[in-house]
Design a protein around this ligand. Structure first.
Ligand SMILES: N=C(N)NCCCC(=O)O
Ligand SMILES: [Zn+2]
Ligand SMILES: [Zn+2]
Length: 354
């Protein structure tokens, strides 16, 4: 028995948790309608059960459904933005892409084609992975839809700009090198955030720099804080069409144990959510949350984090803020309660205006 909320403007919202307990029934992301239940979606959430590109622990093929299960507690109003994303726009869950686990090249083609199909009538796509291999076909589709190379922010412990593993070009450690080679990224506007951990050699960084990537390390986020991180990134990207790829291992293993290549010293889920809130007004055209491997998760820690990250990405897509009108999460609860914005240091507001 499904009871989907009719939102104020006629959009079909999540199943009403005051009538059907939120733990009942099959899971869609945030208990939203399936794509086949709506006439047209403005934002489509889709799963990619694929992990044949991993270099260490497998299991991200189960990530999308784990995120869906962990998303049952999400509520329809996002107070950090003063936005009801599912009311503002029609959001729907398209289910999972059917990707070949035994043929990576074919899987990549399938993801690219499905992403193009799902965005054919103008919907934006939020993809739940799957391992990071799938970012390449998703970026190809997003760049094709944008009609130009796109800006990208890549949250990850890893660079994922390595060349090959065991001679293989298409793996979860190589998607962004391939994307630069293919000319689908605007190399004036690409950055990693949260990078840390040992590398194979200094050449990894030299190559990465040569491709045009900026790096905000996990330590940078700690020393500079969320606001400066956001300001730097906004400066670099401006109003370009932007794709955000979130490898959940960007979070410290304490905040995301359920992942295949964990690295100590990561950012917190609070920092990640706040950084994304700081992107308010930016032109987000597509996003993914990848590398959730439920077999290593405990108490849904990773699933809950990933479901909330996706919620902030959906909110950014659904937000109708005028660019430059508000900077960052200026409407957070604390600010509202106090009638002031306590988050911005003096002088920051002016500097942050676009
Ligand atoms: N994309 C993720 N999560 N990890 C890439 C790690 C590649 C390596 O084993 O060196
Ligand atoms: Zn990673
Ligand atoms: Zn990655």
């Amino acid at each position: 028995m499904e009871e989907l909320r009719i939102e104020a403007n006629g959009n079909l919202g999540p199943i009403d948790s005051s009538r059907i307990p939120r733990y009942a029934g099959a899971a869609t992301y945030a208990r939203l309608p399936r794509l086949d239940q709506v006439a047209k979606a403005d934002v489509t959430v889709v799963g990619v059960p694929f992990d044949s590109g991993v270099s260490y622990r497998p299991g991200a093929r189960f990530g999308a459904n784990h995120i869906r299960e962990a998303s049952r507690l999400l509520r329809p109003y996002n107070p950090a933005w003063d936005v009801s994303p599912f009311e503002n726009v029609q959001v729907a869950d398209a289910g999972d892409m059917a990707v070949n686990p035994f043929n990576i090249n074919e899987a990549i083609e399938t993801v690219q084609q499905n992403a193009l199909d799902l965005t054919a009538t103008g919907s934006k796509l939020v993809t739940l992975g799957g391992d990071h291999t799938i970012a390449l076909p998703l970026l190809r589709a997003a760049a094709e839809r944008a009609g130009e190379p796109i800006a990208m922010l890549h949250f990850d412990a890893h660079l994922d700009t390595w060349d090959t593993y065991f001679g293989a070009e298409y793996t979860h450690g190589t998607p962004f090198r391939r994307a630069v080679e293919e000319g689908i990224l605007d190399t004036e506007a690409i950055s990693h955030i949260g990078t840390r951990g040992p590398l194979y050699g200094k050449k990894d960084l030299d190559d990465d720099h040569r491709f045009g990537f900026g790096i905000v390390t996990s330590a940078d986020v700690y020393y500079q804080g969320v606001l400066e991180t956001v300001a730097k990134v906004r400066d670099r990207i401006g109003s370009r069409p932007l794709y955000i790829s979130v490898d959940i291992d960007v979070l410290d293993p304490a905040h995301a144990p359920g992942t295949g290549t964990p690295e100590a010293g990561g950012i917190t889920s609070r920092e990640l959510l706040e950084i994304i809130r700081g992107f308010r007004g930016m032109n987000l055209v597509g996003a993914d949350v990848v590398e959730v491997a439920p077999a290593y998760d405990h108490a849904e820690i990773t699933g809950v984090a990933a479901s909330h990250v996706a919620y902030e990405l959906v909110t950014l897509m659904a937000d109708k803020a005028v660019p430059g009108d508000r900077f960052g999460a200026a409407t957070g609860y604390a600010a509202q309660a106090l009638g002031q914005d306590i988050r911005r240091p003096a002088g920051f507001a002016a500097a942050g205006k676009e």
